[in-house]
Design a protein. Structure first.
Length: 121
């Protein structure tokens, strides 16, 4: 069993080496040559393009989560706004509750994403 650190796994592409040897005769593969912005056919010991040369990479799901979280927040806010809008239009008896509920969520989401990035205002 390997020692598992945080959320990193050993890079599949370079097998944890950090350099790409997946081409012919242990040369670096075309994909990594491209990632290193090199023009040519054969290179040896190039930085692994998959993990950036550290030999370890984040699981794909982890990366997806990081990218998905802001997306989900936006979708959630938009969905809630539509819900409020719909409730207002249909004169729902739950409108005030819905508004309070939604504004609390929207407030926390917006606060979370903009308080850190906004800086001093
Ligand atoms: Zn790698
Ligand atoms: Zn490669």
């Amino acid at each position: 069993m390997h020692e598992i650190k945080a959320n990193l796994y050993e890079c599949f592409h370079c097998k944890g080496e950090g350099t790409c040897t997946s081409g012919e005769n242990s040369s670096s593969c075309a994909a990594c040559i491209k990632r290193n912005d090199l023009k040519g056919k054969t290179f040896y010991g190039l930085l692994c393009g998959s993990c950036g040369g550290i030999g370890q990479a984040e699981p794909l799901t982890e990366r997806m989560n990081k990218r998905l979280a802001p997306m989900l927040a936006i979708v959630l806010v938009v969905a809630l706004l539509f819900l409020i809008f719909w409730a207002a239009l249909s004169e729902s008896t739950h409108f005030s509750e819905l508004l309070a509920f939604s504004s609390a969520i929207i407030g926390s989401v917006v606060g979370f994403y903009f308080s850190g990035k906004g800086g001093s205002t």
